[in-house]
Design a protein around this ligand. Sequence first.
Ligand code: HSE
Length: 316
Amino acid sequence: MSPAPILKEVKVFAPATVANVACGYDVLGFAIDSPGDEVVVRHSDKPGLRITKITGDDGKLPKTVEGNTAGVAALDLLRHLGMMDRGIEMEIHKKMPFGSGLGSSAASAVAGAYAVNKLIGEPLSKKQLLPFAMTGEASADGAYHADNVGPSLLGGIVFIRSNQELDIAQLPVPENLWAAVVHPDIEILTKVAREILPKHIPIENATQQIGNLGGLICGIIQEDYGMISRSIHDVIAEPHRQKLIPEFYKAKRAALSNGALGFSISGAGPSVFALCEGEEVAKNVANAVSKVFTDIKLENQMHVSKINQKGVHVIS
Ligand code: HSE
């Protein structure tokens, strides 16, 4: 195999993700086509990694490498490779809000590690970048879960058997499976959404959740939309987190009555998502859910997408 060409500059896109997928708290996630974050990296004569520009963050992120997930992930990669002195400039273009439930910090972390790996001649495979992107994301929310980072990196639907061992599997994607994602304009910090969850759960809930997770995975593998639909229920996080999202149950009723296979919170929220069979259903569901938020004067954005199977990739 010929060595990867030396590139002067690389611009990459890492997609948004829906984590948990209702019954897979911290262990299941999928990627959507847009939005997503962009990172540009180029060689520099000055040794070390530097962040030269950040856009779309409303001035919230410091320009230090340690101050954002893209920088932390890239630095962790360079440290691992013994290349801390390599002169690299990085630009980060945030295209989705913080605390949105769309995996914003994960997408930046993935983009940071992937872009730098490409620039230096691709010493590691995509899958090998997972631990570095994880370190990047963990620097933002203090927790270590791959359900956003995994699908943003690899694309598709990713199941994580163990977050500690980073033992993951990509599931096949049913041909006609679409996601309708709606982001109401409020901010929920993942840390806060994790803190409100109970430390212990009744065994009946655990049994139900395990059954649903197994059912959802079987439904996805067998392209059995009925099984998928019967399985999209979250009895662990949703009952607690729904309180943070105005009119959550009204939005859920609107999604289900418009034909959604299932509906729940995307990651830690406030975004909500529905899985649907076909684009038309997904569009109707997104419109119906959006209307629930608009009716209470809550601005919101819709994203209707097939499951993104590409994950992070070079755009120029
Ligand atoms: N699985 C995580 C959670 C996703 O629900 O807290 C948040 O990014």
